[in-house]
Design a protein around this ligand. Structure first.
Ligand code: C2E
Ligand code: MG
Ligand code: MG
Ligand code: MG
Length: 293
């Protein structure tokens, strides 16, 4: 039944090639100018529950759109500059403000229950007013706090007391907290016990070739069971191939899926077209349910 999905694979492969970034970093002046001229914008990548045939969320990923450039530039072209010049708070504010503006459109396409994920860097957690400032901005969207999820990369082990306090404050306000890129960096399973995460995103490195990698299968089996018992949402990111998708769907019906195969990160104005295609593929596919009675 899944064979007609192969059209998606081709499309994704085609699009990916056109998105290959040149290696050059933007200068500080270019990044600053992009902020001033509102050329820093979120692209949105859907997170889907294939078992329920539902789009459950969108992850906002920062892009810079320079005049005259066809493709929006990805973070690898500007994140090092933003980090070096202490512009991370500015980036989060801009991304969240824009997401607030975009939310009515996103909801009108994907439904009122849609969640928005925002990436924040661990350094930002050191500012214990983070929860206040994010809440202040998000309030303007009219949406409740539990419809905003903050994705935090575990590239650094979260340890200092300010970071812990921030995480707890964010959670107390009702924001979702997602442990991003799980399986890379300083993976420490204790973080799931000690920190108030509501979601874990399994890094692409554990998803590649999952259908024929028994090591990754063993890890995933464990994670699925841990997440189930702790009541944490599990997301698999970076799904590029049909074999991976089929295996994950069939083996782990509760997993939320994200990746180029389902959708590239896309500008707001292409979300509707993507969703129509998605509905066409999955709208009447209750027969895809496999493990639920
Ligand atoms: P991330 O949060 O782990 O986001 C996932 C990255 O993987 C994104 O790259 C996304 O475009 C890419 N991706 C999605 N599906 C696939 C797939 O199927 N295959 C492959 N190979 N890649 C896939 P992107 O947009 O270049 O962002 C890179 C990183 O930059 C993000 O990783 C995140 O850590 C950071 N970032 C992006 N936007 C922001 C932001 O607004 N603020 C902060 N602080 N960091 C951001
Ligand atoms: Mg992320
Ligand atoms: Mg990351
Ligand atoms: Mg990630």
């Amino acid at each position: 039944q899944l064979d007609d999905l192969s059209a998606l694979v081709e499309k994704a492969t085609e699009l990916r090639v056109t998105l290959e970034p040149p290696a050059q970093l933007l200068t500080h002046e270019q990044v600053q100018a992009a902020f001033n001229q509102i050329q820093v914008i979120p692209y949105y990548q859907p997170k889907v529950d294939l078992n329920r045939c539902q789009v459950v969320g969108v992850e906002a990923l920062a892009r810079i759109r320079l005049p005259g450039e066809v493709n929006a530039l990805r973070p690898c072209r500007f994140m090092p500059v933003i980090q070096e010049y202490g512009m991370l708070p500015q980036l989060s504010q801009r991304m969240l403000q824009q997401a607030c503006k975009d939310l009515p459109t996103i909801k009108s396409i994907l439904g009122n229950d849609i969640k928005v994920s925002l990436n924040i860097s661990p350094e930002e957690l050191e500012n214990t007013y983070l929860a206040d400032s994010l809440e202040h901005i998000w309030r303007k969207s009219g949406a409740s706090n539990d419809s905003l999820v903050l994705e935090i990369t575990e590239e650094h082990y979260i340890h200092n007391s300010a970071q812990l306090e921030s995480l707890n404050r964010l959670r107390l306000r009702g924001f979702g907290l997602s442990l991003d890129d799980f399986g890379t960096g300083f993976t420490n399973i204790n973080q799931l016990r000690d920190l108030p995460y509501t979601e874990v995103k399994i890094d692409r490195s554990l998803i590649i070739n999952i259908h024929r990698d028994s090591f990754c299968q063993a890890i995933l089996n464990g994670l699925v069971e841990i997440a189930r018992q702790l009541g944490i949402t599990l997301v698999a990111e970076g799904i590029e191939h049909m074999d991976e998708l089929k295996y994950l769907m069939q083996t782990y019906p509760a997993l939320i899926l994200q990746g180029y195969l389902i959708s590239l990160p896309r500008s707001l104005d292409t979300l509707n077209t993507w969703h129509k295609g998605w509905q066409h593929q999955f709208g009447n596919r209750s027969h895809i349910h496999r493990h639920q009675p």
